[in-house]
Design a protein around this ligand. Structure first.
Ligand code: PMP
Length: 367
C-alpha cells in the first residue's frame, strides 16, 4: 500500500469498529453442514411478512426501472394520518439507522457532543464519532438508562441526547412520567432523540408514546421503524417525527431516493394491516412468557424486557454459550460490544423456535 488509507480517514473514524450484524443462517449451514438452523439474533418479526405486502410488492415490481418517489409522498400521507402529525414533520430513512445518522450529521460536528447511556444501541456511538463529535456515555442504572444522570451529563457543547424506549439490547424501558421529568431538565437547545424502534411491543401502565409529546417539546425527535413489529426489516424503512424546522434540517442531509420503491409500497400497505401488527405482538407476548419460563427453569437470569428480545445472563463468558448454540444450529447475538460480556440477546421467535432454542441451551449448559 502506498500509504495508510485507514489512517487518512477522519479522526472520529479511527476509534470505530464496523457494525456486527447477526450471523446469516446460510453461513452457519455451510460452516457446520447443519440442516436445521434458526436465527434468533436480529429482533426480526418471526411471523414472516404480511400477505398484503407480498401482493403489493408483486404489483410494484412493474415500476423498478423508475426512481422511487424521492419524497415518499404517499407513505408520509399515510403516516401523517395515522399519527396525527403533518407530512412536513416526517423524515423517511433507509431504516431508522439512516435517520439516526441524518440526525447526527445535521446536529453534530467536531467541538460538539452527544449524550447516551452505557448499553445503548451501538449505532449512536458510530453516528456520533463519524461526525467527529464527542460521545458522553453515562452509567446505566439496573441495565437501563439513568435519566437523571443523562440530564446532568449535558454540557454546554451538547447538541443531542439519544434515549431508546425500549432499549436494545437490554429491553429496559421507562415510563411517560419519568421521560417528562427528564425533559424538564434538558435545556431547550439540546435535541432529544427518542428512539422508539420497539414501541409496538411495549405495554403496561403510564406507557410513553413520544408522538403525543411532540406538541409539548420543540426539542424532541421521535424515531420509529418498519423493521420490527411491521415485519419489513429487509426493505429498510424508518422515519423521524419532529417539528418542521428540525425536519427541514434532516432533509437537507438526506441522500436522494434514500428509501426504495418496494420499501415505500410495503410500508404504506402494511399500515393498512393492523391485524398483522396485532398477531405479531400477541405471538411476541406468549413467546416472551415461554422463554422467560424456560430460562427460569434452567436457572438462567435475564433482564425483564419490553421488546421482542431478552438479554439472558450467564456465568462467565457468554461467548462459549454462543458457540455451543451455533453448533446446535441456533444463532443468537453476543453483546460484548455493549459491555455485556456475560449476556446473550435472544430474539423472541415462534413457539417452535423458542422451544428449539431452550432445548439447545439445555444441551449446551449440560455439556
Ligand atoms: N434503534 C434501535 C434501538 C434498534 O435496535 C434498531 C435495530 N437494531 C434500530 C434503531 C434500527 O433499525 P432499522 O434501521 O432496521 O430501522
Amino acid at each position: 500500500m502506498s500509504c495508510d488509507f485507514l489512517a487518512l480517514a477522519n479522526a472520529g473514524i479511527q476509534g470505530l469498529h464496523p457494525y456486527q450484524a447477526g450471523k446469516p443462517i446460510e453461513e452457519l449451514q455451510r460452516e457446520l453442514g447443519l440442516d436445521h438452523v434458526i436465527k434468533l439474533a436480529s429482533n426480526e418479526n418471526p411471523l414472516g411478512p404480511s400477505s398484503k405486502v407480498v401482493a403489493a410488492l408483486q404489483a410494484a415490481s412493474a415500476d423498478i426501472c423508475r426512481y422511487p418517489d424521492a419524497n415518499g409522498f404517499e407513505l408520509k400521507a399515510a403516516l401523517s394520518e395515522r399519527l396525527s402529525v403533518l407530512s412536513s414533520q416526517l423524515t423517511l430513512g433507509n431504516g431508522s439507522n439512516d435517520v439516526l445518522d441524518l440526525i447526527a450529521r445535521a446536529y453534530l460536528e467536531p467541538g460538539k457532543s452527544a449524550v447516551f447511556s452505557q448499553h445503548a444501541f451501538i449505532v449512536y456511538p458510530i453516528a456520533v464519532q463519524a461526525c467527529g463529535a464527542r460521545a458522553i456515555v453515562t452509567p446505566a442504572k439496573d441495565w437501563g438508562h439513568d435519566l437523571d444522570a443523562m440530564a446532568s451529563a449535558i454540557e454546554p457543547d451538547t447538541r443531542l441526547v439519544f434515549v431508546a424506549n425500549p432499549n436494545n439490547p437490554t429491553g429496559t424501558c421507562f415510563s411517560a412520567a419519568a421521560f417528562t421529568a427528564f425533559m424538564a431538565k434538558v435545556p431547550s437547545d439540546v435535541v432529544v432523540v427518542l428512539d422508539e424502534a420497539y414501541i409496538e411491543y411495549n405495554s403496561g401502565e403510564d406507557l410513553l408514546d413520544g408522538v403525543n409529546l411532540l406538541a409539548q417539546y420543540d426539542n424532541l425527535i421521535v424515531t420509529r421503524t418498519f423493521s420490527k413489529a411491521w415485519g419489513l426489516a429487509a426493505l429498510r424503512v424508518g422515519y423521524a417525527i419532529a417539528n418542521e424546522q428540525i425536519t427541514d434540517a434532516l432533509n437537507r442531509v438526506r441522500a436522494p431516493f434514500n428509501v426504495n420503491s418496494f420499501g415505500l409500497v410495503a410500508a404504506r400497505t402494511v399500515l393498512t394491516d393492523d391485524d398483522y401488527l396485532q398477531r405479531g405482538c400477541a405471538v411476541n407476548a406468549t413467546g416472551k412468557q415461554q422463554l422467560q419460563e424456560g430460562l427460569a427453569r434452567l436457572g438462567i437470569d435475564y433482564i425483564p424486557s419490553a421488546g421482542n428480545f431478552i438479554a439472558a445472563q450467564f456465568e462467565g463468558d457468554a461467548l462459549a454459550i454462543y458457540d455451543g448454540l451455533l453448533r446446535e444450529g441456533v444463532i443468537v447475538r453476543p453483546v460484548g460490544v455493549y459491555q455485556m460480556p456475560q449476556h446473550l440477546r435472544l430474539s423472541i421467535g415462534l413457539e417452535t423456535e423458542n422451544r428449539f432454542l431452550l432445548q439447545a441451551l439445555t444441551k449446551v449448559l449440560g455439556s
